[in-house]
Design a protein around this ligand. Structure first.
Ligand code: GLV
Ligand code: MG
Length: 341
């Protein structure tokens, strides 16, 4: 069997009948990529139920799986892929394989594609440094799919978590027609950059800007800044320019739901489609955040109603609307439809 021809994009263009499509609508809602440890029998037993509650279930084989459990995690993932009917619930099935320079990656792909390639939607590849890493996985997948007779191409999702990866983000985003998207990996990226933190995502109380001195010596205001703004912006631009999706990665402080929600919301407002959920409590947070605010949807709908052909300028509540706000309104309304579907 020969390697199959891949679709350039997995997005559908907008069907508005308006001027040329400017922005693509994700076919699949992927508000959360829910991580499960496949070597843990108790967690694995809950996966069929979980498949009804989340948009994507990901079997994690990489970091957080001890070295002596790597083979069990791989076996557990294969069992979990066979046991639950993800497709029936419209739930995505992904795996995060081990890093390319690890002793496990090659067998992760050979065994998983060979056994359950037809059920697997996306392979998440960690520590991607440049397009060469994607080319390697792309070719390997083509061989393994052809050998196993897999009927639909398995997509690739890169984790952006090294300084070199960030430097090459544009080339990674367009490295293969299999590219599904990219996630920020703040923990590894912090280490790779030499940041002085010990956290998995989120902010730091000392990363702040102090306001100018105030007359009379009154206390100066200061505000904490977002450590991840720059990388998220680069990642979103690289992804959107290539028709793929950007995601915030993990938020490791399970005791701070408010900070998790704030970090997810920043990513959502900046263009991310979803985030990773590492703990069941984060699923509800992601569902809440990665869906547009009803008040925004109502206002965006008014913009669309006021500008039926998407051109010109109108005033709504004292605010000017034109072709560009019409496009923004479409993003919001289309996402709301997808969430409601
Ligand atoms: C995720 O893999 C991270 O390193 O943050
Ligand atoms: Mg990592």
């Amino acid at each position: 069997m020969t390697a199959m021809k891949l679709p350039r994009r997995f997005f559908q263009p907008l069907a508005t009948g308006a001027p040329a499509p400017f922005r693509d609508l994700p076919v699949r809602l992927e508000r959360m990529i829910h991580f499960v440890p496949p070597h843990n029998d108790k967690v694995r037993a809950r996966v069929p139920e979980l498949a009804r509650q989340v948009d994507v279930v990901l079997g994690n084989l990489e970091d957080a799986v001890p070295a002596d459990q790597k083979l069990n995690a791989r076996k557990g993932f294969i069992a979990m892929a066979k046991d639950a009917d993800f497709a029936r619930h419209g739930t995505g099935l992904w795996t995060r394989v081990n890093a390319l320079n690890s002793p496990w990656l090659l067998d992760d792909l050979i065994e998983i594609v060979g056994e359950v390639g037809d059920r697997l939607d996306v392979v998440m590849v960690p520590k991607v440094e440049g397009p060469w890493d994607i080319h390697y996985v792309d070719q390997l997948l083509a061989q393994l799919e052809a050998r196993a007779g897999v009927g639909k191409p398995i997509l690739i999702h890169a984790i952006l978590e090294t300084a070199e990866g960030v430097a090459n983000v544009d080339a990674i985003a367009c490295a293969s027609p299999r590219m599904h998207g990219m996630s920020l990996g703040p923990a590894d990226l912090a280490a790779s950059r030499g940041m002085k933190t010990t956290r998995v995502g989120g902010g730091h109380p000392d990363y702040r800007v102090l306001a100018d001195p105030v007359a009379g010596g009154a206390e100066r205001a200061s505000a904490q800044q977002d450590l991840w703004h720059y990388t998220i912006a680069r990642m979103v631009d690289a992804c959107q320019a290539n028709g793929i999706k950007a995601f915030y990665g993990p938020f490791g402080d399970f005791s701070d739901a408010a900070a998790c929600e704030a970090q997810f919301r920043n990513a959502f407002l900046m263009g991310c489609a979803g985030a990773w959920t590492l703990h069941p409590s984060q699923v509800a947070v992601a569902k809440r955040v990665f869906a547009p605010d009803p008040a925004e949807v109502a206002f965006a709908s008014r913009i669309l109603a006021a500008m039926p052909d998407g051109t010109g300028a109108v005033m709504l509540d004292g605010k000017m609307q034109d072709d560009a706000t019409w496009k923004q309104a479409n993003v919001i309304v289309n996402l709301a439809k997808l969430v409601a579907a």
